[in-house]
Design a protein around this ligand. Structure first.
Ligand code: GMT
Length: 385
């Protein structure tokens, strides 16, 4: 198939999912055309069957705001016509699903649109009155709609009153690439022998509650010699650096900023913290689990679909810093339990969220949307906790 993959190129889960999906599909022989305003973060180097088309933005003094939606739609039209695309897969509904709808109506040649809902496009931003009717319309007019968790599917139905079928296809990880490697060198840099390493990776937005990560660590540090490694960057970074100084724990906390090579870093971690306010899936927690890192998380959104309380990590209420700290201390001070949890985390990633399984589901879903398969609709992902 020839697939146009539309995503945000920035440091964030939806762009990562789109990029990894595109690369995996290209590996299976499909032709993938990424369409965005910049090169997606993980699309590095030459990859066979993969092409990148940059959206050009015209500016004119009359336009007070950039007009990305029509510019993106025009680029989709161009690529769809010249490359004879079968599918445009829009990751994150705003405004990608809307541009894709416009493009399909313009080319009018059987092009199909699949929209994948990722998170705040449904739970937060899409609910703004200035977006809501357009979002509802664009989602309903997509030929196929997927959501990355059951939670997100339900939210879409309740928040937008959408009656269209939404198939749950969860996020995934390449468990061959994301596996724990001997990381003495990195580990030595993060913490001296005998100390534990706690880790958090995110885009430092308010929903991630990175200050909670720091407060949890502050409690852990009182009982367990340890270091906190924070990876990523975003609007809350300065407030987090300030909090670390106010708590006087700057010698034990390292801010690494944005990192591309996560496996050596995750391989140095003993525990991953994800105390989010809102999280439709939690891709970085899955990447940690694949590297045998148990997770202490909040109970929001799709997180309970990803990890199993008391098996791959622990789950607590949003903002319950004391409980999350107690869970962290329990795991970090009980070597046998930690080993069991680490193995269970890896096993869950391999058994339920491996790239090959999930990419096959997307492939079947595309075929279903094109009408290639009449008999066996993709009913989506089903797993038991
Ligand atoms: O929704 C966002 O704010 C950003 C989005 C992104 O592009 O990173 O994150 C969402 O999509 C990820 C990939 O599907 C999920 O793993 C994240 O849980 C989800 N973020 C939220 O729900 C806050």
């Amino acid at each position: 198939m020839k697939i146009g993959m539309v995503c945000y190129p920035t440091y964030g889960g939806s762009g990562v999912v789109a990029t990894e999906l595109g690369k995996a599909l290209a590996d299976k022989g499909h032709q993938i055309h990424f369409i965005s305003y910049a090169m997606p973060m993980r699309l590095d180097g030459y990859i066979g069957n993969v092409y990148y088309h940059e959206v050009e933005m015209a500016s004119y003094p009359v336009f007070e705001f950039p007009l990305y939606t029509p510019a993106l739609a025009s680029k989709m039209v161009e690529v769809a016509r010249f490359e004879k695309l079968d599918i445009i897969h829009a990751h994150y509904a705003i405004p990608h699903a809307t541009s894709a709808y416009l493009a399909r109506e313009i080319v009018n040649n059987g092009l199909k649109i699949v929209t994948t809902l990722h998170g705040t496009d449904i739970t937060l931003v899409g609910l703004e009155p200035s977006f809501l009717p357009v979002m509802k319309f664009s989602i309903e007019r997509s030929d196929g709609v997927t959501a990355v968790s059951r939670f997100l599917r339900e939210k879409t139905v309740t928040n937008f009153g959408i009656e269209k079928d939404i198939t749950v296809i969860p996020n995934f990880v390449d468990t061959e690439k994301y596996r724990r490697i001997p990381s003495d060198e990195v580990c030595g840099k993060f913490a001296p022998k005998g100390e534990k390493v706690l880790m958090h990776i995110s885009n430092f937005r308010a929903v991630k509650r990175v200050q909670d990560v720091i407060r949890i660590f502050n409690e852990v540090l009182k009982k367990v010699p340890s270091k906190l490694i924070l990876v990523g960057d975003g609007p809350d970074r300065s407030a987090c650096e300030l909090l670390v100084r106010e708590l006087g724990i700057q010698k034990n906390v390292k801010f690494l900023g944005k990192q591309l090579e996560l496996v050596p870093i995750l391989s140095a971690a003993d525990l991953f913290l994800m105390p989010s306010q809102s999280e439709s899936f939690g891709l970085s927690a899955l990447e940690a689990m694949a590297c045998e890192v148990p997770v202490v998380s909040s109970s929001v959104g799709g997180l309970p679909e990803l990890q199993v309380h008391g098996e791959t990590g622990y789950i607590a209420e949003i903002g319950d810093i004391d409980r999350m700290a107690r869970y962290a201390i329990e795991l970090l001070t009980n070597e046998a339990r930690h080993r069991l949890f680490a193995q269970a985390a890896r096993k869950r990633a391999v058994d339920h969220f491996d790239v090959h399984k999930i990419v096959n589901q997307y492939e079947a879903y595309y075929e279903q949307c094109r009408g290639d398969i009449q008999s066996t609709p993709v009913t989506g992902f089903a797993f038991q906790n």
